[in-house]
Design a protein around this ligand. Structure first.
Ligand SMILES: [Zn+2]
Length: 135
């Protein structure tokens, strides 16, 4: 697996908080309705908390009431990597940062949300860092 940002587990542990490490590097999930960006409507860019890559823009964030920040489209389709995830007895699509391979969340399709893509990128707040737009 060749990611542009390739650090050892030890390095990641030093750079990330335990909660960030658990989600980003161990594909954990933050508890629903607890994340800091769950209801955020600030205009700006959501970056990968591990490497700073631009992942999502606030204008694709929508209220899904699922308990995690939800986006209907990545900022750039090459910014994220999608992988089949068969853990927990389900078949889901995992979303990772394409630059550093960190776990972000999952993407669900065809749920009927009134968005242009009918996709819901269900992303952990702890995987993101919001860079608010100036002015
Ligand atoms: Zn990253």
């Amino acid at each position: 697996m060749g990611y542009e940002i390739d650090k050892s587990d030890e390095q990641w542990r030093q750079e990330l908080s335990p909660a960030e490490y658990h989600v980003l590097r161990e594909a954990g999930t933050e508890p629903a309705f607890t994340g800091e960006y769950n209801h955020t409507k600030t205009t700006g860019v959501y970056q990968c908390r591990a490497c700073g890559a631009e992942l999502f823009r606030s204008d694709t964030k929508f209220e899904s009431h699922c308990g995690w920040p939800s986006f209907f489209d990545p900022a750039d389709s090459s910014a994220v990597e999608l992988l089949e995830d068969r853990s927990h007895g389900m078949v889901r699509t995992e979303v990772r940062c394409a630059r550093c391979g960190s776990h972000l969340g999952h993407v669900f399709r065809g749920e009927g949300y009134p968005t242009p893509t009918d996709e819901r990128y269900c992303i952990n707040s702890v995987s993101l860092k919001l860079a608010p737009e100036e002015g």
